[in-house]
Write a protein that binds this ligand. Structure first.
Ligand code: ZN
Length: 351
């Protein structure tokens, strides 16, 4: 009897364990089925959310692009004009003052100087790009002359030198743009780049400025110009094409007729400028006041003046005179401009 009871208890416990195992197995099976399903549902919801975010973002980007395109189209003309302004054919010049250059560019009497009526035939990419801007400048000049205002081009020969950057600071202070006819002096790369970047005209005045080398033959004349152009292009990225003869086109130190050099310039789309007002700073030791008076007297006798000055460290009175000259010109409401490809050339009488 007691054995039966014991057997019965064992049987019940065994069944209990079996039921427990069954429950555990069922729970595990359900869990194995349910968990991935739940994960799928969660991921599906998350995917939907991300897709919605993505759609909204794409719509926003497309709308932004349309707005930007509309803005670019409407501003297109203005931007083009801005580019033209930056590349308006100005030619910076480098100064190569040596001791013997002191005597060059002797002042010309106004009577010996005329403004050429010859149309400017210079054709370069930058000139073509500059049509709109130059047209505006030409209008400005015509209006100024009609109104009795003086038009003045300040030009500085024989730089760059130790004072070029000081000169640029002064010009910047008065918001005046000038023209620098430079030579191949080394070590003034910053000044050369400032000339270009600050809106002045960088122009050519031969590499050495030495008459024997410059005027010895047309071939050496060409080499003087090309060497300087290459140097300035390397330094500034800009290739100047406006030129001034050392001594001017009326100088008497050339072994060949000046027309032979001029032919070379014309054949190579180079534009040359003389001057019709001299500051006199290429001659003796003038005071700043004398330099100023020479310039103002010259300007008074012309509608359009191209003023010769020198950018050389030893011509300190020129630097002292420049602020005085600019103030006097601004007081008389003169229009002060840099020379560009479209400026009507001033040429001396050819010998
Ligand atoms: Zn010179």
């Amino acid at each position: 009897m007691s054995e039966d009871k014991t057997d019965h208890c064992e049987e019940r416990q065994r069944r209990k364990r079996i039921n427990l195992y069954k429950r555990i197995i069922i729970i595990v099976i359900v869990a194995i089925i349910l968990l991935p399903t739940l994960l799928c549902i969660i991921l599906f919801c998350r995917l939907n959310s991300l897709q919605k975010d993505f759609s909204e973002l794409r719509a926003y980007i497309e709308a932004s692009e349309r707005t930007a395109q509309a803005g670019t189209s409407s501003k297109g003309t203005g931007q083009g004009a801005g580019l033209n302004m930056e590349n308006d054919g100005r030619v910076p010049v480098k100064d190569n003052d040596t001791a013997d250059s002191t005597t060059d560019e002797t002042p010309q009497e106004s009577a010996d100087v005329n403004v050429s009526d010859t149309e400017n035939t210079h054709e370069t990419e930058s000139v073509t790009d500059d049509n709109e801007t130059s047209g505006n400048t030409q209008q400005l000049i015509e209006q100024a002359v009609e109104q009795g205002r003086k038009v003045v081009y300040l030009t500085f020969d024989d730089g760059p030198g130790d004072n070029t950057e000081n000169l640029l600071d002064v010009l910047d202070e008065y918001d005046v743009k000038a023209t620098f006819f430079v030579n191949g002096h080394q070590g003034y790369e910053t000044a050369l780049n400032r000339i270009v970047m600050e809106g002045h005209t960088l122009a050519l005045h031969t590499y050495t400025h030495e008459y024997e080398s410059v005027y010895g033959s047309v071939a050496s004349f060409a080499e003087e110009i090309i060497t300087l152009q290459d140097y300035l292009t390397d330094v500034t990225g800009f290739r100047p094409y406006i030129f001034r003869f050392p001594g001017g086109s009326s100088n008497s130190g050339t072994p060949l007729p000046i027309t032979e050099y001029i032919d070379y310039l014309n054949e190579n789309n180079l534009i040359y400028f003389d001057w019709n007002v001299s500051s006199g700073d290429g001659g003796g030791d003038l005071s700043a006041q004398q330099v100023h008076d020479n310039v103002l007297n010259g300007v008074a006798s012309n509608d359009i003046s191209v003023v010769l000055m020198h950018d050389a460290a030893y011509r300190m009175t020129t630097f002292e005179a420049v602020p005085m000259i600019i103030e006097s010109l601004q007081d008389m409401d003169a229009l002060i401009l840099p020379i560009t490809a479209d400026t009507k050339p001033v040429h001396h009488h050819i010998n």
